[in-house]
Design a protein around this ligand. Structure first.
Ligand SMILES: [Zn+2]
Ligand SMILES: [Zn+2]
Length: 254
């Protein structure tokens, strides 16, 4: 039922194609190796679709998806090993998952991509793809064909978006390394500031002030603030508008 990613199918295709020396075969091998990298990343994302931020799942470029995922999960681009041992400490079995680091993935994916275009007119008469370069990439990727997918769920937590009320997913790692988080609902995208306390995290997306006319609290989203943005006080309907002022402050002479 349904489709599955089969990265080794693409790897084997590339390997067969690289037995030939013609440009066409080498170019198709590059395409198969790109599919290989995509399948490697997508099979991992596919196994975690339930917990991952939607924005990660919907990023089709594997290098961007993994980079995004790594903001939440330290293990996103790491090799993993799980050892099972018996009570007396004997190693029973070891499961390994070989991965590509983001840096490596980016480099290889882009190099392969550069071979998928037609040469520019200036270079058409001499154009060739050096087979050795592609074989080197194949060799580098070979280790990733071995082992089994291991999923270690990062501890995803969530809070409710102050604008659309859908869940926004975060991890401890994310909030410790970032000042703000964007609502992962594409239709919303409201930015929430992050404040990390000792035992808790707070998120806030609003700027609150008291209305000059009726004294009630008025709140607006930080992400909406820009020159000429206008809104009204919910209570007394007074209209407000932001105006950007540029003020030069002369240096104080001591
Ligand atoms: Zn939202
Ligand atoms: Zn008011």
């Amino acid at each position: 039922m349904g489709h599955k990613y089969d990265k080794n199918f693409h790897f084997d295709n590339a390997k067969v194609l690289l037995k030939n020396d013609d440009l066409q075969s080498i170019r198709y091998a590059c395409l198969e190796l790109r599919y290989f990298i995509e399948a490697h990343v997508y099979e991992k994302l596919f196994a975690e679709t339930e917990v991952l931020p939607k924005a990660v799942i919907e990023t089709w470029q594997p290098n961007k998806a993994i980079k995004f995922l790594a903001m939440f999960d330290d293990l996103a681009d790491k090799d993993l090993v799980v050892s099972l041992s018996s009570n007396d400490g004997k190693d029973l079995t070891k499961i390994e998952y070989n991965n590509l680091s983001i840096k490596e993935l980016n480099k290889l994916y882009n190099s392969l991509g550069s071979y998928l275009h037609l040469p520019m007119p200036k270079k058409i008469s001499t154009y060739t793809i050096k087979k050795k370069k592609v074989v080197d990439i194949l060799d580098k990727l070979e280790r990733v064909t071995k082992g089994n997918l291991i999923i270690v769920n990062a501890k995803y937590e969530k809070f409710s978006c102050e604008a659309c009320h859908l869940d926004i997913i975060f991890t401890r790692k994310y909030v410790e390394e970032n000042d703000s988080i964007r609502c992962q609902n594409d239709q919303c995208g409201i930015e929430h500031g992050i404040r990390v306390n000792e035992n808790s995290v707070e998120f806030g997306s609003k700027y609150i002030f008291s209305c000059a006319v009726c004294d009630e609290n008025v709140s607006i989203f930080h992400s909406h603030i820009e020159d000429l943005y206008s809104f009204q006080c919910d209570e007394c309907k007074t209209q407000y508008q932001f105006e950007l002022t540029l003020r030069g402050i002369p240096e104080q002479k001591a």
